[in-house]
Design a protein around this ligand. Structure first.
Ligand SMILES: [Zn+2]
Length: 293
């Protein structure tokens, strides 16, 4: 989406503080290798199309919440619950009283009694919005899964019927795919037909702008400070799908060890204390409730 001059100006004002801090940090460091690495990661993560104009009629079912032009909005999303780590996630969100969206896997609710109980906890928590992340998680065989669009729809319907989601938001396992009334993006093109079919079946597919990935021991990789810098960088370089709104992803299962839990805690408290950001649920993302007719 092209930004207007006014939006860009306010973005520059907003980022002024961040730029000053970044400059100070730059002079304190002897090299800027990390910055180059970050840029490389950004360019590989944001290589899909941004917004595809559509000719179809759009029905607005709910007006957007008004934005404060001086704020940036962050949608914290956590995938693959209920899972190990879900309990720790809920401790953090309740500590800071921040809204999140949990994309849950239908099958995980039946894998153990603990997970069934954790699903109830997610459902009963007013700070949590739960949404569909399929039933089987493609059994982690993504290429095979997306080759059969009919099976993909069946899998999402199965999760919908067993969990009884209160919304149509869905996230595709193993793929960063967007299908909303005004955003169409597919990271791996062989999944395109399945994604189109899911949208036709009534699902609104929500991808992400930034992922906090794990290291090879399944702990959160890097520090909260590095993650916060990447958020500033995405807003500064205008890489978010919708200007001033960023969808963040990580996974419940990385919140299993003390280091990862502490890093996520510090990440959230840092963003909250900066006063530049506001957290929202996916249902409050701009135009997410618009429907193509
Ligand atoms: Zn997943």
């Amino acid at each position: 989406m092209k930004k207007t001059f006014a939006e860009k100006s306010s973005l520059l004002v907003f980022l002024g503080t961040a730029a000053l801090i970044s400059t100070a940090v730059f002079f304190l460091k002897s090299c800027n290798k990390k910055t180059e690495k970050e840029q490389e990661q950004l360019s590989t993560e944001h290589n899909s199309e941004k917004i595809v104009p559509r000719s179809a009629k759009v029905m607005s079912s709910k007006p957007d919440i008004p934005d404060d032009p001086n704020k940036r909005y962050i949608y914290l999303t956590f995938d693959d619950g209920p899972n190990r780590g879900t309990k720790n996630l809920l401790k953090i969100t309740n500590k800071y009283q921040i809204p999140i969206t949990a994309f849950v896997v239908g099958k995980h609710a039946y894998d153990s009694k603990t997970q069934a109980k954790e699903l109830k906890e997610l459902e009963n928590d007013k700070l949590v919005e739960i949404a569909n992340h399929s039933y089987s998680h493609a059994a982690n065989r993504y290429s095979e899964f997306y080759k059969n669009p009919e099976n993909v729809i069946h899998d999402f319907d199965r999760a919908r019927d067993s969990i009884k989601f209160k919304n149509k938001y869905a996230r595709t396992p193993g793929r960063n795919i967007w299908r909303t009334a005004d955003i169409t993006a597919t990271d791996i093109k062989t999944s395109k037909i399945a994604a189109d079919e899911l949208q036709r079946s009534g699902y609104t597919l929500v991808g992400w702008d930034l992922e906090w990935k794990p290291d090879n021991t399944m702990k959160l990789k890097g520090t909260h400070k590095e993650m916060a810098k990447r958020i500033d960088s995405i807003f500064f370089n205008d890489l978010e799908k919708t200007s001033r709104h960023l969808v963040f992803l990580t996974h419940d299962q990385y919140l299993h060890d003390d280091d990862s839990v502490r890093e996520l805690d510090l990440f959230i408290s840092g963003l909250q204390n900066s006063n530049r950001f506001e957290f929202r649920k996916i249902s409050d993302y701009p135009k997410i409730n618009d429907i193509l007719k």
